[in-house]
Design a protein around this ligand. Structure first.
Ligand SMILES: CC(=O)SCCNC(=O)CCNC(=O)[C@H](O)C(C)(C)COP(=O)(O)OP(=O)(O)OC[C@H]1O[C@@H](n2cnc3c(N)ncnc32)[C@H](O)[C@@H]1OP(=O)(O)O
Ligand SMILES: CC(C)C(=O)C(=O)O
Length: 555
């Protein structure tokens, strides 16, 4: 039975629940079933009623509350066993549209070892049990379990019997995920061509992912004429799982011209469904999971980000919004480029000239080299740090330090001074920060008092960016917990901030920042004093113009 419509048969609540650790409580199964209905699946396989009273109850509740006339078909699974089929029939009874799905192995390995039976007995059982199911429900699906490892002629016989006894859907399971797309397509074509009546029933795919081919096999199946795909949210299921619903649906949707097929799925419900299931089963969706993974629409590398900023479709084949994700994301990291960085800075509400962007970008790369994720707070921290920084008197070009248990904390700094001169100094200290500050003091030669030193982690995690803020005053003074106690109590306090993944480097940057502000202010003061003296000198020749303190004295 071919048309251009593919039924989506969701088995999250049956095969999906067979995933180790994915068992759900009744209320969770109900919630998931409601979401599946909202999303527009055609059939919900709600469980295996004979498995336990709890599963019977879950199937029955779903049949009652989700199996409405305009809702999905509610299906239950049953072995080719009378009591299983009867339990299934009673469980699904309240649904407006219902289906019994019964199965029996067709492969010799299953028949001989698992069923401890014979081909003849299996054919008889198929006839009796499909007949029973059909007597209880008009809509019957039959699966020859382990179809892809079965003798093909024998399976044809089994399927023909199932059709004769009323099966309306033939599901062809690749139970152990053994098939390849070409083989699976050939298998389905063979069934449609060779099994009497097969062209008049719905052929269905049910593929497992043991070789990572479940989605590819399912798609090959619909190319070969299948019009039902059995699949699960997030691809959960026995062992490596089933074909993932979101992947098959989006493959059909995105490649509509190629497949020429449609489904009833509201694709914007894919991510909400994935998240609901994830919460109910307490399992994380891998970030790189197609369609619903956190990284499915995240671009980290500069070339891709630049492309996406210029035109989304350069690197996206579907939109994040079309599958219910919040939107795409340009994730800043060490592979990012200037375009993405500038874009993020603008998104954060800042605008800078090209030179500043380039400077910020260089600092960002430095952070990104040492940090796995650079988030908005990191970028904001860099911007704030940059904005509060006057053009430096001293530039900290290099800082290195050594510290440890029973080690003498030692630091070396290389700094460029106001006239472009480079100075290198080393010092020891009580700890690495003290050693770095002592080395900086040896370069700057400006007596100061450190009033406050505070460390703050701006972002979380072991690779977080740290911020150090310091307060200094000019000269050597006494203070108690940052409050000056001597005659300089009203001295101007200079603040500095440093932001870096390395807290010692952040401390060095903060200190140099505060010193620069102090020295800059003094330069300004001196300039004003000089201008005033010049004016006096031109009015009274012979006066000593530079009798007071000078910046040069400290250098
Ligand atoms: C590929 C699939 O996903 S198939 C579905 C798998 N899902 C499940 O098994 C979940 C629900 N299952 C259960 O709760 C239990 O297995 C039950 C209630 C169905 C059966 O439990 P038990 O009676 O204790 O049997 P157990 O599970 O140990 O063994 C399975 C029996 O079913 C038989 N069996 C397996 N498949 C079928 C079948 N399609 N039709 C008839 N009998 C079958 C086995 O041969 C075995 O029979 P045996 O006891 O005569 O040796
Ligand atoms: C019951 C059948 C359809 C099954 O789950 C399988 O064979 O994998």
């Amino acid at each position: 039975m071919t048309s251009d419509y593919v039924r989506i048969f969701d088995t999250t609540l049956r095969d999906g629940e067979q995933s180790p650790g994915c068992t759900m409580h009744l209320h969770e199964k109900l919630e998931v079933a409601k979401q599946l209905a909202r999303m527009g699946v055609d059939i919900i396989e709600a469980g295996f009623p004979a498995a336990s009273p709890g599963d019977w109850e879950a199937v029955n509740q779903i049949a009652k509350s989700v199996g409405t006339a305009d809702g999905p078909v509610i299906c239950g699974l049953a072995r080719a066993v009378k009591s299983d089929i009867e339990a299934c029939a009673t469980a699904i009874a309240p649904a407006a549209k219902k289906r019994i799905h019964t199965f029996l192995s067709s492969s010799d390995i299953h028949i001989e070892y698992q069923l401890r039976s014979t081909r003849e007995e299996v054919l008889t059982k198929t006839r009796e049990m499909v007949r029973l199911a059909s007597s209880l429900c008009a809509d019957v699906e039959f699966s020859p379990m382990d179809a892809t490892r079965s003798d093909i002629e024998f399976m044809y016989q089994m399927l023909a019997i199932a059709i004769e006894e009323g099966a309306t859907t033939l599901n062809i399971p690749d139970t152990v995920g053994y098939s390849t797309p070409e083989e699976y397509a050939a298998l389905l074509r063979g069934i449609i061509e060779n099994v009497p009546g097969a062209a008049d029933v719905i052929i269905s795919t049910h593929c497992h992912d043991d070789l990572g081919l479940a989605v590819a096999n399912s798609l090959a199946g619909v190319r070969a004429g299948a019009r039902q795909i059995e699949c699960t949210i997030n691809g959960i299921g026995e062992r490596a799982g089933n074909a993932s619903l979101e992947e098959v649906v989006m493959a059909l949707e995105t490649r509509k011209q190629f497949y020429g097929l449609s489904t009833n799925i509201d694709t914007t419900q894919l991510t909400p469904s994935s998240r609901l299931l994830s919460a109910c089963t307490n399992t994380q969706v891998p970030p790189n999971k197609a369609v619903v993974g956190a990284n499915a629409f995240a671009h980290e590398s500069g070339i891709h980000q630049d492309g996406v900023l210029k035109h989304r479709m350069t690197y996206e084949i579907m939109s994040a919004e079309s599958v219910g994700q919040d939107g795409n994301a340009l994730v800043l990291g060490k592979h990012s480029g200037r375009h993405a960085f500038r874009h993020r800075v603008q998104e954060l509400g800042y605008s800078f000239d090209e030179a500043t962007i380039n400077h910020l970008f260089a600092r960002f790369k430095d952070v990104a080299d040492r940090k796995k994720y650079v988030d908005d707070r990191d970028v904001e921290a860099l911007i704030t740090d940059e904005a509060g920084r006057p053009s430096p008197v001293y530039e900290l070009e290099h800082v290195q330090f050594a510290s440890g248990v029973n080690a003498i904390p030692t630091a070396t700094v290389r700094m460029r001074g106001p006239n472009g001169e480079v100075k290198i100094e080393s010092a020891q200290g009580t700890g690495p920060v003290d050693a770095v500050y002592s080395a900086i003091n040896k370069v700057v030669l400006t007596p100061v008092t450190l009033l406050e030193f505070a460390v703050n982690a701006i972002t979380e995690g072991i690779d977080a960016v740290g911020e150090v803020s310091v307060k200094v005053v000019e000269g050597k003074h006494k203070h108690v917990r940052g409050v000056l106690t001597d005659k300089a109590a009203d001295a101007k306090v200079w603040r500095g901030n440093g932001v870096n993944v390395d807290i010692i480097v952040a401390a060095a940057e903060a200190y140099v920042g505060a010193l620069n502000k102090l020295l800059k202010a003094r330069q300004e003061r001196l300039k004003q004093e000089t201008t005033a003296r010049m004016e006096v000198a031109s009015a009274a020749p012979g006066v000593d113009l530079f009798g007071g303190s000078t910046l040069g004295r400290y250098e």
